[in-house]
Design a protein around this ligand. Structure first.
Ligand code: FAD
Length: 406
């Protein structure tokens, strides 16, 4: 019997397989699509520092589309708040190629990939996950057993429930539209554009991530309504985006949900681990989940390898995974959940005021040496040493507190 089987060849699944295979353990990844990474739904905006610390940066040629050392934020009225950093801090990757790169690394380390094979269900006996059933294209169903089953199925979290774990909180989901556009004008080459406010993306924000050839990824997510209609409104009516995208042509558009509720409380069961979007391991502020998925995948392999070495993959042993990821992410997630709550409570008018005020106070300059965008609690702690950041936070708190109705 093999050591582990993985459901899904996204970043979580492939990185888990890579790290486990590196240790000489046997692992097979089942991916329902015929090719890893496709279809893609993601902007692929990632922190260079985090990728480097996971051993994934620099990336091979053809994956990084652009690097960024600046961000421009716009209120619904078009008020701009810009941050220019001392160095490139993020990159935009071609997500399909990035996923394929991680999968290739896993394969080179000895992991097996079974493509075009959809996992139908978990095999659960006496409350222990023992394996899974896989549908083949010729409608044959295969039963596959493994010592540990690792769920990396993404946002659907359908199989998670079969392991007796709680599904994602539907209240914490936002619905995204992500478009590939060409003929974008009036953008800085190395700046991401972020449009905030309820008028254009209630419960989240909109983004434009440019490439150097006039094409870009433009997207948004919304808590209510139809994301496509909000995207059309952004393109036609936003005081800044409508100019940047006046002659833009949409080449393709994808729809997908994002989970903002923070990691689920329990991502393990007897013989079972859950990693990535299906375990809501996503930043509640920005919806970025790639680095968190990779980080949790690495921790999951450590715990799985220890459990396999002991010959005990019970929930009692695997619970170390939850403990370790909460030690790694817990503080930052709590800060981000509070930040998301505060941002959601702001009216568009307050957002406009906040943007005007924060640049006056020199908050933009205080942000210049930020290079940590994933573990945002730690970033905030670092910022508190700067008077401009202190003043800005006090001001934002002043805007936020009345909405709490204490
Ligand atoms: C519009 C949008 C933009 C985003 N932009 C960013 C961004 O800029 N930066 C960032 O960090 N994050 C971003 N995210 C979030 C990011 O895409 C996810 O957090 C990340 O892909 C999670 O990785 P994963 O491996 O958990 O899941 P996924 O990448 O979704 O991979 C899951 C895999 O499992 C496969 N699968 C599912 N069910 C089965 C089954 N039953 N059997 C076999 N295979 C199965 C799927 O085909 C898929 O390949 C964005 C999300 C959206 C929707």
């Amino acid at each position: 019997m093999q050591d582990a089987v993985v459901i899904g060849g996204g970043p979580a699944g492939s990185f888990f397989a890579f790290e486990l295979a590196k240790r000489g353990l046997s692992v097979t990844v089942f991916e329902e699509h015929p090719q890893v990474g496709l279809p893609s739904h993601c902007a692929g905006h990632l922190s260079i520092r985090s990728l480097r610390s996971l051993g994934l940066f620099p990336l091979p040629a053809g994956i990084v589309e652009n690097t960024f050392s600046a961000a421009n934020f716009y209120s619904p009225k078009g008020t701009k708040f810009s941050v220019h950093l001392n160095q490139p801090v993020t990159c935009a990757v071609n997500r399909a190629r990035f996923d394929q790169f991680v999968a290739e690394k896993a394969q080179k380390s000895g992991a097996k990939f079974e493509l075009g094979k959809r996992v139908q269900s978990l095999i659960v006996e006496n409350n222990v996950v023992k394996g899974l059933t896989v549908a083949h294209s010729d409608s044959v169903v295969e039963r596959v057993f493994a010592k540990v089953v690792v769920d990396c199925e993404g946002i659907s979290s359908r199989l998670l429930r079969q392991a007796g774990l709680q599904a994602l909180n539907p209240e914490a989901l936002v619905y995204a539209a992500e478009a590939e556009v060409e003929n974008v004008k009036y953008v800085e080459e190395h700046a991401v554009e972020v449009y905030v406010g309820k008028d254009y993306a209630p419960g989240f924000y909109s983004w434009l991530i440019p490439r150097l050839d006039g094409t870009a990824k433009v997207g948004l997510a919304t808590r209510r309504g139809n994301p496509k209609e909000f995207l059309e409104r952004l393109l036609r009516q936003h005081p800044v985006a409508s100019k940047q995208l006046r002659n833009a042509k949409i080449k393709s558009i994808a729809f997908h949900a994002i989970t903002l509720g923070g990691p689920i409380q329990r991502a393990y069961a007897n013989g079972f681990l859950a990693i990535g979007d299906c375990a809501s391991q996503v930043k509640p502020t920005t919806g970025g989940g790639v680095v968190f998925s990779l980080t949790c995948a690495k921790t999951a392999t450590e715990v799985a390898a220890e459990a396999l070495a002991k010959g005990d993959v019970s929930a009692n042993v695997l619970r170390a995974y939850q403990k370790r990821i909460m030690n790694q992410l817990g503080f930052d997630v709590d800060v981000m959940l509070s930040a998301r709550k505060a941002i959601d409570s702001f009216s568009d008018e307050k957002i406009d005021r906040a943007m005007r005020f924060t640049s006056k106070f020199g908050f933009d300059k205080a942000l210049r040496d930020v290079d940590e965008i994933d573990f945002q609690g730690r970033t905030l702690l670092g910022m508190l040493r700067k008077p401009a950041a202190y003043a800005t936070l006090a001001y934002l708190l002043g805007l936020y507190l009345p909405s709490l109705r204490l």
